[in-house]
Design a protein around this ligand. Structure first.
Ligand SMILES: [Zn+2]
Length: 92
């Protein structure tokens, strides 16, 4: 007697999983109506982390020109207390 056991194989197609998709084009280049303004913390907040750090260009997807404008705007906004410098208090 031969006991044939067929191993069950679930056929899963090749799935490529990406960590997260980066935005290809810079948000400000794509949409000309969006302007970088240090008086507009809502736009800037999109480019800073919860801790108040500026998100690097390779993650935010900005071009160098606009990333620099963001950096400048964030720094200015910090000066006039529109944005936090160190974010909320970080507990150890
Ligand atoms: Zn740009």
């Amino acid at each position: 007697m031969s006991d044939e056991r067929t191993p069950q194989r679930t056929s899963t197609g090749p799935r490529k999983k990406r960590p997260f998709q980066r935005r290809k084009v810079c948000r400000f280049c794509a949409d000309k109506q969006v302007t970088i303004d240090y008086k507009d913390p809502r736009t800037l907040r999109y480019f800073i982390s919860e801790r108040g750090k500026i998100i690097p260009r390779r993650i935010s997807g900005n071009c160098s020109k606009h990333q620099r404008a963001i950096t400048e705007a964030v720094k200015r906004a910090r000066n006039i207390a529109l944005l936090p410098i160190a974010g909320t208090h970080v507990l150890p």
